[in-house]
Design a protein around this ligand. Sequence first.
Ligand SMILES: NC(=O)c1ccc[n+]([C@@H]2O[C@H](COP(=O)([O-])OP(=O)(O)OC[C@H]3O[C@@H](n4cnc5c(N)ncnc54)[C@H](OP(=O)(O)O)[C@@H]3O)[C@@H](O)[C@H]2O)c1
Length: 256
Amino acid sequence: MSRRGVEGAVALVTGANRGIGAAFVDALLAAGVLRVHAGARDPDTLAGLLERHGGRVVAHRLDVTRTADVAAVAAAAADTTVLVNNAGVFRNQRLFDTSDPEAAREEMEVNYFGVLAMCRAFSPILADNGGGAIVNVLSAAALANVPVMGGYSPSKAAARSLTAALRAELGHLGITAHALIVGSVDTRMAAHVRGDKADPADIARAGIAAIRHDLPEVDTDPMAVAVRAAIARDPREFERQMTAMLSSPTLHTGRG
Ligand SMILES: NC(=O)c1ccc[n+]([C@@H]2O[C@H](COP(=O)([O-])OP(=O)(O)OC[C@H]3O[C@@H](n4cnc5c(N)ncnc54)[C@H](OP(=O)(O)O)[C@@H]3O)[C@@H](O)[C@H]2O)c1
């Protein structure tokens, strides 16, 4: 049977050391989660969270592309009932006219295969614990192949499809799956983006609401809502506007 809600749950957050991941740790604990397993490529970067929350946060070394890390965390965090796949990479490269063709592979390795590896490792754990929830932090880039988002759009679209597969294959085990469609958020990844950006805490709260109300997919912020509406209105015009906006000389570029 699925355990709706987060009160009394034990959560695991990937990429917990900064940005939306760190906000998830704070929000989950504020919402009544007992303990959060916080994954980071460099556990030393979790010092601030450990200081803030004491023994309620457990630090783990976790690069989601490393099979040994994923296996070790699954063994150490077998009490998990809520998995938040937040870790992600945005290489800000074009798919075709690019000086770094390997960027698309890295985005797929982290944003899709990393999520897949975590879901494969933790779905039996959630099932053994009586059910649970998997939240995948995706992007508005998953809804359409946003021009100049190179390999990032395909990687997030693949993870969106994976989220539906989780529901189809694991729903009978009491596991719910939730896709967060994120627009623009004030983190290092979006440092090069101008305009209004949501607070990472808003995205975490939207994720918790998705679990509580068993929502399969949630647009987490005004940009995500606007993107979905624009695609529905006129997909070709949406692509034209995105290309113009993201190619603007006022927009800084750099690795996200
Ligand atoms: N910010 C936005 O506007 C926006 C929009 C749409 C979607 N998103 C999504 O939101 C999620 C969080 O991003 P953010 O905005 O918080 O960006 P961020 O501040 O750049 O954080 C990215 C996090 O992912 C971690 N990470 C990267 N590769 C990893 C790997 N192989 N294994 C484990 N962790 C890894 C980073 O760890 P290190 O510190 O070690 O690099 C960092 O903790 C991502 O999935 C991103 O695609 C963000």
